[in-house]
Design a protein. Structure first.
Lengths: 259, 331
């Protein structure tokens, strides 16, 4: 599958997962958004040599993967984007920090190795947390949560529309690329002579589509403001879920500070 | 160049969220002032276009590798700086959530690094000045390449700074920046070429779609006096307020001299020329060592800051007027 096809599949797959009727999906989107940001912030706030505390933070993704029945293998694929840059940054730490910490068999573990490992763990945990959030929450619900946080409707509507049209334009780009590759076999990528016309055609079509979208929205009563259906309010279960996890995070973080 | 959450500390992430939020709030205000309901669907579809176009691999001749489109610069040329900045926020948010391309906590950093420079600096410092006297083929190419390169260079530098300030890596700043900047210079050039190719196609097919600064000029902008007043107040605030927090420690040069000679001040030579020059400096210096003569009060430091700002501003204005006078005379 090519890159465009893969992206289309990924979007549909995430949509399907977010639409499932499971307990994790039913939790209020604002609660999940706040919890995800809190978890990532607490995770990255750990000192670079605190491996023990950081490992304890793994309880959140592990619990949600198991209890939420979210496929773990899919989330591993997402690491391929994050890990290279994190590794590039962390890879040099063992060369600059050579103070020995402990000896495992014949290998001396240095502070640089520990800081490199903690950096990688932080990267992995934060990817897992974002994945768990998006796998259990549809983009419409995320936008609803953003509106509850008083993020202006201009921005939220724009995000919603971008998401709505991504799969349409990815499909269009995919068809264009298929047609191009059939006419230019054994060629990797787009030849520089058609850089402008290929992407330019897609751009012009997108602009025409935007005009059609606007007209159809206007016919349905759009006047610059989107009307959102009244969402469900937070229930006591949501508050309990938020409070429980926040207590766990604070306990693990506080433990590393005070003990 | 998308930053992962692990590469930033919560403090840096928070600070960058604040900066990006300020830019977004200003952009939202500007887009609302335009009162064009057509713009929001266009922004949505254009965001989706950038997303799709960035997945197309453009072959770089003679290298075997491929490049992508520079979204920020292309959008700013089509939608203007404010709408393009908001569009890029949407694209980055969706990339972060759906494809783990950049972290949720680092979103503020990514918006700043990848949207702010391309949309605002690319527009106000490159696209608008270059297209001031009307659109032209060569100018579209030059602005696209320059804009993309500048945006990527500044973005890469910001990534380096944010990572270093977060205390994530033990890599020395010079090595990190030395690794990041050259590679992004090459990437910026290629992305600029691809962006230029697309914008050129639009210029030839539908030139009215490109943002023309001539129209923006007619709509009105900050007057000269208004701009000077804002700059003056900012300079006075920075000079007057922040000078109180000025470090009493020696600066880099003084520190180096201290290491060599044992004192932050160099001893003047024995010649009479030195003595005369020192005497002139003493008698003409209004605020020696950034304070009132014979006083160490904080008021003197503040006054020095404000006075210095005004003096620098006056010199700049004088130089600009002088430059304009001689240029007109030559014409």
């Amino acid at each position: 599958m090519n890159k465009l096809g893969g992206a289309i599949y990924e979007i549909h797959h995430m949509d399907e997962m977010a639409e499932k009727d499971q307990w994790l999906n039913r939790i209020h989107p604002l609660v999940k958004l706040i919890l995800t940001v809190c978890y990532i912030a607490v995770t990255v706030s750990f000192p670079k040599y605190n491996m023990e505390g950081l490992l304890c933070m793994g309880v959140y993704p592990i619990a949600l993967f198991i209890l939420g029945e979210i496929p773990f293998r899919d989330s591993l694929r997402r690491l391929r984007i994050v890990l290279p840059l994190v590794c590039f940054v962390g890879l040099f730490n063992p060369f600059f920090e050579r103070q020995p910490v402990l000896a495992l068999g014949g290998i001396t573990v240095t502070t640089g190795m520990v800081s490199m490992l903690t950096l990688m763990i932080k990267g992995i945990y934060s990817v897992f947390a974002s994945y768990l959030f998006i796998a259990s929450t549809s983009i419409e619900k995320i936008c609803y949560a953003m509106r509850l946080l008083h993020i202006p409707s201009v921005l939220v509507t724009q995000v919603l529309l971008t998401y709505r049209y991504i799969s349409v334009l990815l499909g269009e780009a995919n068809r264009m690329m298929q047609a191009y590759s059939l006419r230019a076999p054994n060629q990797k990528g787009v030849h520089f002579k058609v850089w402008g016309s290929l992407a330019g055609q897609l751009l012009l079509r997108s602009m025409d589509r935007a005009a059609e979208v606007y007209e159809s929205m206007t016919l349905r009563g759009y006047c610059g403001e989107f009307c959102y259906a009244a969402g469900t309010p937070c229930r006591w279960k949501d508050y309990l879920y938020l409070g429980g996890w926040c207590a766990v995070f604070l306990f693990v973080r506080g433990r590393s500070i005070f003990w | 160049m998308h930053m992962a959450d692990a590469l930033v500390s919560p403090a840096v992430a928070g600070a960058m969220y604040l900066c990006s939020t300020a830019a977004a709030a200003y952009s939202i205000k500007k887009v609302r002032l335009e009162n064009d309901t057509r713009k929001i669907p266009v922004m949505g579809v254009m965001g989706a276009f950038v997303f799709a176009a960035q997945m197309i691999n453009f072959t770089i001749p003679g290298t075997g590798s491929s490049g992508h489109l520079c979204g920020g610069m292309m959008l700013t040329a089509l939608l203007g700086p404010y709408a393009s900045f908001l569009t890029m926020i949407g694209v980055l948010l969706i990339q972060c959530l759906l494809f783990a391309d950049g972290g949720l906590l680092a979103l503020g950093c990514n918006i700043w690094n990848m949207a702010f420079y391309g949309c605002f600096l690319g527009y106000f410092l490159i696209w608008r000045p270059m297209q001031k006297n009307g659109l032209a083929k060569g100018k579209v190419i030059a602005a696209s390449i320059l804009g993309s390169m500048a945006a990527l260079q500044l973005g890469a530098f910001s990534v380096t700074l944010e990572t270093m300030v977060s205390g994530i890596t033990e890599l020395p700043f010079s090595i990190f920046a030395g690794a990041m900047q050259p590679i992004h210079l090459a990437i910026g050039f290629v992305e600029g070429l691809i962006t230029a190719a697309v914008l050129l196609f639009v210029y030839e097919a539908r030139p009215e779609m490109l943002d023309s600064p001539q129209e923006a000029k007619r709509e009105g902008r900050l007057s000269f006096l208004h701009t000077m007043a804002v700059l003056g107040i900012a300079a006075a605030l920075v000079g007057g307020g922040l000078s109180l927090a000025a470090s009493a420690n020696p600066d880099g040069l003084e520190w180096s001299i201290e290491r060599v000679t044992g004192s932050t001040e160099l001893n003047a030579g024995n010649g009479s020329a030195y003595a005369v020059a020192e005497q002139i400096q003493k008698s003409t210096a209004l605020l020696p060592d950034y304070a009132f003569k014979g006083s160490e009060s904080a008021l003197g430091t503040t006054f020095s800051g404000v006075a210095g700002s005004i003096a620098v501003l006056a010199v700049c204005v004088g130089v600009c007027f002088g430059f304009r006078f001689f240029r007109r005379k030559r014409q």
